[in-house]
Design a protein around this ligand. Structure first.
Ligand SMILES: Cc1cc2nc3c(=O)[nH]c(=O)nc-3n(C[C@H](O)[C@H](O)[C@H](O)COP(=O)(O)OP(=O)(O)OC[C@H]3O[C@@H](n4cnc5c(N)ncnc54)[C@H](O)[C@@H]3O)c2cc1C
Length: 238
């Protein structure tokens, strides 16, 4: 916690999840030092801590998606060395099986496109998939794609590393501060009102995840966000 609560900043970011800390990390990397992240609870306490932490591409269909994905993957892979904060990133690879001819065609088309933009993947047989992932059932698999560079990270530690990178370049990351509303003048954001006082700012970024919609609505902004249930399974060693 900084000793004094700031009263002004160039940029205030609402929300200390993966995205809020990512934005602070990148703004400070671009040279902005007067950045404040406000988190109403603890960093990652929103949805970020739930994440499985898979660093994997879906079937990407545009050049910018491929660039963005590759940038993010490389950023996370190198973050521990850069910041000194352990992230838990492990390059364990990723398998996408195709159980129908249609799915295989989709994956092959995606592969042809994504390879052009530097994403490495290889078509493998069900047997090769089973060798790489022995507990998997590939009895219905026609063929699979193997991505050797992908893996898994710890979302909490990775976010802490992003926050540490931002702090090292001057950002203030403040926990236990709730933003009540965005202050506006002439239809433009000029700061935030929090439960600990006001901060005037040139820029206000809403990075409050599934709570962004209600924060936006209080300022007359329509953010079409809807939370949806999502599942994953992590086993103990089998
Ligand atoms: C079960 C599950 C599995 C997932 N698996 C993956 C995966 O494998 N790979 C992947 O890339 N993604 C995955 N995701 C998605 C990923 O977790 C999210 O996209 C990401 O964490 C969203 O980050 P965020 O910063 O936008 O939101 P959040 O982490 O929710 O952060 C928003 C923050 O804003 C704060 N906040 C809200 N209101 C206020 C306020 N008024 N004032 C101050 N702070 C406020 C909240 O407390 C919260 O900490 C998964 C998600 C879930 C739920």
């Amino acid at each position: 916690m900084p000793t004094e609560f700031p009263t002004q900043a160039q940029c205030v970011i609402i929300g200390g999840g993966s995205l809020g800390c990512n934005i602070a990390y990148h703004l400070t990397k671009l040279g902005m030092t007067d950045v404040v992240v406000l988190e109403r609870d603890k960093l990652t306490s929103g949805t970020t801590w739930h994440a499985a932490g898979e660093i994997v591409p879906a079937v990407l269909g545009s050049e910018w998606e491929c660039e963005l994905y590759t940038y993010g993957r490389n950023l996370i892979a190198g973050l521990e060395e850069e910041t000194g904060q352990a992230t838990g990133f492990r390059q364990v690879g990723y398998i996408q099986p195709a159980d129908t001819p249609e799915r295989l065609e989709e994956l092959r088309r995606g592969a042809a496109f994504m390879r052009r933009f530097g994403i490495e993947m290889h078509e493998i047989t069900p047997l090769e998939a089973a060798e790489r992932f022995p507990v998997g059932d590939f009895s219905d698999t026609i063929a699979a794609f193997w991505y050797p560079l992908e893996g898994r990270t710890n979302p909490v530690d990775t976010t802490q590393a992003l926050a540490r990178g931002a702090r090292s370049r001057g950002a203030k990351v403040i926990e236990d501060v709730s933003v009540r509303r965005i202050l506006t003048e002439n239809g433009r954001a000029v700061g935030v009102e929090t439960d600990q006082g006001r901060i005037t700012a040139e820029h206000v970024v809403i990075a409050a995840g599934m709570w962004s919609r209600e924060i936006g609505a209080r300022a007359g902004i329509n953010l079409p966000l809807q939370a949806a249930e999502h599942y994953y399974l992590i086993t103990e060693q089998l």
